[in-house]
Design a protein around this ligand. Structure first.
Ligand SMILES: Cc1ncc(COP(=O)(O)O)c(C=O)c1O
Length: 332
């Protein structure tokens, strides 16, 4: 059996991130609510991708990569983080984004520009047909220039990247033990590409086998994520040589909080942003964490998360996406 320390990792973030009580929101819901502040991972504007990129960029450095290519939506935090990480190691970032060229570069698009990323925009309706070819074309062009290119898949969702969230569970376990506290009953996290959840599942089965993990989908249907995350969790556990078996039924996904589509703010998500901002002074975002908090609140109201439970909400970052949605946020 290996540990997460047996894999090469470049230090990018500030760890451990705080694990804080959200006592006002928790009391109003009748649960013991704690927040894991992975919005404070720091590097490149912070967020959950820092943990994954510590492993993925170590591999890129080992391979002597010069050009890093990835994809995401207009307001992709992942794409912004890849741009920052590529720059840190002297590599060129190329981002192929889903959406038409914007009128204004706001939020993550502005940060992409600050990091000097080359941007390509793909028509949203043709994105899924075009994306693999578009990224490969950039990789081929880089190779033709004599460079070494690496394509990082959507969300950095690979078994190696997922190790970052196995490490996050190890980190939370140490934080709680140091305070003499027990493991939580439930962890709630937003789910976009599934890598965060895959790592949380593998880590929790090892450190906190009684803890339930709920992924709140911000994009696809539950079944799609169950298949994808169980496969990724299995591959991640295999990398670690941990004797875990995963199947789709093991993965709890709630897909009722997406709203109309990925990247489009929902009424419930915006309500959750206001509620947490005004009760706790904590900023969520309209694409990921607001929708995830809406899910958490609703699951408590529906009794799927029991009164009195100790619940950890993983704050995956994303606040740059508040600003491009200012109009929508102010309308509600
Ligand atoms: C702020 C934020 N929350 C949650 C997620 C979802 O994480 P994952 O892609 O690992 O499912 C992302 C990923 O893009 C994100 O940027």
């Amino acid at each position: 059996m290996k540990t997460v320390d047996d894999f090469e990792r470049v230090p990018l973030g500030f760890f451990p991130t705080p694990l804080e009580s959200l006592s006002n929101v928790g009391a109003s819901l009748g649960i013991e609510l704690t927040i894991k502040r992975d919005d404070y991972t720091g590097f490149g504007g912070g967020g959950n991708k820092v943990r994954k990129l510590e492993y993925l960029m170590a591999e890129a450095c080992r391979q002597g990569i010069n050009t890093v290519i990835t994809t995401g939506g207009h307001q992709s935090n992942h794409a912004r983080m890849v741009a920052a990480a590529a720059r840190k190691f002297g590599m060129k970032p190329i981002l192929v984004l889903r959406g038409n060229p914007p009128e204004q570069y706001q939020g993550n698009l502005l940060l992409d520009k600050l990091f000097g990323a080359e941007l390509q925009f793909l028509d949203p309706d043709q994105y899924f047909d075009l994306i693999a070819g578009a990224m490969q074309a950039h990789a081929d062009a880089a190779t033709a220039r004599g460079e070494k290119a690496l394509i990082i898949p959507l969300g950095g969702a690979t078994p190696l990247g997922a190790l970052g969230y196995v490490r996050a569970v190890e980190e939370m376990d140490a934080q709680l033990k140091a305070r003499g506290e027990s493991a939580p009953q439930v962890i709630v996290a937003p789910t976009g590409s599934g890598g965060t959840l895959a790592g949380l599942y593998v880590g929790a089965r090892h450190y906190w086998p009684q803890t339930k993990i709920v992924g709140i989908s911000v994009s696809a249907k539950a079944q799609w994520f169950q298949d994808r995350i169980s496969t990724m969790a299995q591959d991640c556990a295999d990398l670690l040589e941990w004797p875990q078996q995963w199947s789709p039924e093991d993965i709890w996904i709630e897909d009722g909080f997406v709203g109309t589509a990925y990247g489009v703010p929902s009424d419930g998500g915006i309500e959750a942003i206001y509620r947490v901002a005004q009760a706790e002074g904590v900023l969520l975002d309209p694409v990921y964490t607001g929708k995830a908090m809406h899910g958490l609140i609703s699951l408590v109201e529906q009794g799927k998360i029991a009164q009195g439970d100790k619940v950890v909400f993983v704050h995956c970052g994303g606040s740059p996406a508040l600003y491009p949605f200012s109009q929508r946020l102010l309308e509600q």
